[in-house]
Every structure is written in structure tokens, then in C-alpha cells.
Design a protein around this ligand. Structure first.
Ligand SMILES: [Zn+2]
Length: 187
């Protein structure tokens, strides 16, 4: 198990264009394994090779309640529609932004065995594919922000505050909590 350090948004490696994988050899398999291990330790749905310092067209995706998988040399070949999404990045912990992503995408790539794959995806998977393939092109989600005020710092989760009081009060959905602030919930 090799958990790698995730590079921060200011690291120049995140801005470099990545090289195509010419052969899926032992070193690529090792890279994918390390990326899966690193992703498992974090709270993300995907990770691209530059995020652990390698300029190679490899990304891994891990959707909730699904098996993780790797994509090699991926390209987005079709984008349909546009929608506003909330997005974050493991290279910029503690922040989220509102950006526009496609409603659905088609991605061409190779799987871990070198077989050509065509992935048609929508919703979270489409968003994650666009995000990771952006990384392979040196693009960060913050590049898609229409204005800086669309990026905001995440508030600490209520679970990190004193729980004693919370156990006595029933959960409030969509109203106001005891501190008078509007409660928000993740979707
Ligand atoms: Zn990212």
C-alpha cells in the first residue's frame, strides 16, 4: 500500500500537459495501484496522475458504492448540455466552487488491460470524468469559475462541534438550526 502526497493547487506539476501512456507496463500498473490507495485515504471521487506528481494521462475514478476503475489516455469526445454544479478538488481542500459542467459526456480511453473503452456518463460520473481529464490537460476547476466569489470556503461539519447538544435536539431539515443560521445539506 502506497499512499502518495496529493499535490496542492500551487504546484506547477498540476499545470503541465501530460504524456500519453505508450504501454501499460508494470510501472503504470503500480501507479494506478498507488492512486487507488491514495484515493481510498481521501474523500474524493477521482484522482489524476499529476495530483501525485506524474505527468501521465492516467486517472482513477471511484463513484459512491461502485468499484474504482482506471482510465488511460482518456479524451472527452462529446459533451451534451450544460448545468451548474458544486465542485471541489483534493488539490484544494476545504474549498468548493460553482461552475458549469456538461449534462452528459462521452469519453474514449483504454482500460487497465489496454482495451479501448467508450464511456457514456451523466451526472456525478460525467462531472468527475470532465474534472479528471481537465487535470490531464493542466486545467483546474477554479479555471472555470465565472468570478472569484463563486469559490467559497467550506464550513466545518456540525459533527466536529460539540455533539452533546445535538443529541438532545431533533434534526432540522431545510429550516433554521438553533444558532439561527440557515441549515444546508449536501446532495
Ligand atoms: Zn481535482
Amino acid at each position: 500500500m502506497a499512499v502518495k502526497t496529493i499535490r496542492h493547487i500551487s504546484d506547477p506539476v498540476l499545470r503541465r500537459k501530460t504524456k500519453r501512456v505508450l504501454k501499460i507496463d508494470k510501472s503504470v500498473l503500480q501507479l494506478v495501484e498507488d492512486m487507488m490507495d491514495t484515493l481510498e485515504q481521501s474523500d474524493g471521487a477521482g484522482l489524476a496522475a499529476p495530483q501525485i506528481g506524474l505527468s501521465l494521462r492516467v486517472a482513477v475514478l471511484w463513484m459512491p458504492e461502485q468499484e474504482p476503475f482506471a482510465i488511460i489516455n482518456p479524451e472527452v469526445v462529446k459533451r451534451i448540455g450544460e448545468r451548474e454544479v458544486e465542485e471541489g478538488c483534493l488539490s484544494l481542500p476545504g474549498y468548493q466552487g460553482k461552475i458549469k459542467r456538461a449534462v452528459s459526456v462521452t469519453v474514449k480511453c483504454l482500460d487497465i488491460e489496454g482495451k479501448p473503452l467508450r464511456i457514456r456518463a451523466k451526472e456525478l460520473l460525467a462531472q468527475a470524468l470532465e474534472h479528471e481529464i481537465d487535470h490531464l490537460n493542466g486545467i483546474l476547476f477554479t479555471d472555470h469559475l465565472e468570478s472569484p466569489d463563486k469559490l467559497y470556503k467550506l464550513e466545518p461539519k456540525p459533527a466536529e462541534q460539540s455533539t452533546e447538544e445535538n443529541t438532545k435536539t431533533s434534526p432540522v431539515i431545510g429550516g433554521t438550526n438553533h444558532s439561527g443560521q440557515e441549515s444546508t445539506h449536501a446532495v
